[in-house]
Design a protein around this ligand. Sequence first.
Ligand code: AP5
Ligand code: MG
Length: 223
Amino acid sequence: MRLVLVGPPGAGKGTQAQFIAEHLQVPKISTGDIFRANVSEGTALGRKAKSFMDRGDLVPDDVTVDMVRDRLADSDAAVGFLLDGFPRTVPQAETLDDVLREAADAKLDVVLELVVDDDEVIRRLSGRRTCRTCNHIWHVDFDPPQAEGVCDLDNGELYQREDDKAETVANRLHVYADQTAPLVAYYAERGLLVGIDATGPVDDITSRALHALRPFGAARTED
Ligand code: AP5
Ligand code: MG
């Protein structure tokens, strides 16, 4: 299955991407994770992306699109993929359509929108902690690790993202409304959009997501 997750910052894209991709047995491709890995390794790509990310602005389309084109050419993406955080502008969506058509005569199967309001986003982002080694996402109140600051899965150090400061979150929400929300109409017009309520317990949202994806080819699971 070729699937895109769309939703505002803090909607739970990364949290859900992990479970959905495992279930569908496709690679999870998160542009935010790829950029952050490049920033922490100090690569040329990371140096280009850092100032945009720190402000909560989008990294320019040309940089982002080349990175995704390369990643989609890897052999594991031939069976399908789950994109988390890409596309994020209408030009990125148009380029993705072109890349799939040119490389594999393929199309997206479905775009899953995670719907949450701004107040919930702010609660989620202010308490997020991420594992430095495995990228697992925790929350100090909603999904706390057993020991503060330590990942339960691999004992990695948990850190708070630079762009989760209140003023940067406000800009990210503004950027989402301005540049990314138009994608919802773009995909709805093409009959690819399915939206779910992304509030409530994480497991319930995963079940809701898999249920919504069934008509597009996700294998049946327990309800
Ligand atoms: P990116 O990393 O993609 O950030 P984002 O879209 O702002 O989304 P987040 O990762 O903040 O939120 P999420 O929806 O993944 O939520 P999560 O699961 O973590 O991008 C970062 C930056 O990179 C961008 O600002 C931009 O600069 C650049 N970039 C990336 N892609 C780009 C592109 N295509 N073009 C240009 N630039 C690009 O959950 C959040 C918190 O909530 C966690 O603590 C989690 O534990 C908690 N939580 C999750 N679900 C629930 C629940 N059901 N109940 C309670 N808490 C929950
Ligand atoms: Mg994320």
